[in-house]
Design a binder for this molecule. Sequence first.
Ligand code: PGA
Length: 231
Amino acid sequence: MKKKPLVVANWKATKTIKETIEWVKMAKPKLGEITGIEIVICPPFTSLPFVTALFKDTRVKVGAQSVSRFSDGPYTGEISSAMLDGLVDYCIVGHSERRRNFAETNEEINAKIKNLSEFKIKSVVCISNLNEIRSLESVRDKITAVAYEPLFAIGTDKPDTPENAEKMAMLIKKSLGEQVKAIYGGSVDPSNVAKFTRQPSISGVLPGRASWNPGIFLDLLEAIRLNDQTA
Ligand code: PGA
């Protein structure tokens, strides 16, 4: 049987602290009941302490959306891995929006993964092509999951096909090892999520927009759960 699916909710640059607390209040009772899915909520930095405190003593995990490539020091505006230690279990690294808007390079991404691993924070690394997979080979033992997120599918309501996502998941595992979870992201929603999680090499999903509304996010988790029961 396939292992517990991993669902990484990427809130991106949305939600004030007040909106965050409302989301958690609405979702928490149901989220707390879900056992068969590893749920990771990734709010913006400003909300992290609140979300972590609100989900304390539940199975729900919290993640950051990025981290500095530097350790503590004279790097104004940066958040280091040491600062995330104790606050998060996971961190998204190398999202295409960061590669594109903030010119993050493969080298910087590898430095972030190394820093996170020193604090045992699990890296969920986003890639959109084969070169980006290859660039992770030297840090493969420090990565928990790699999310295949094709650029055309992010924020467009045009997901990749489950078959193509499965092929990429197989390539991720072939080049980085079976220990790395391969997940899919890009226009995942409650109606299509099970088509992805059903694929043999895909271990989960990374929804953006479908995680911003608590009702839609709970529907997405329910669709995974129902599919697992029938699989
Ligand atoms: P989307 O975003 O689900 O809104 O397409 C996914 C992502 O950017 O990770």
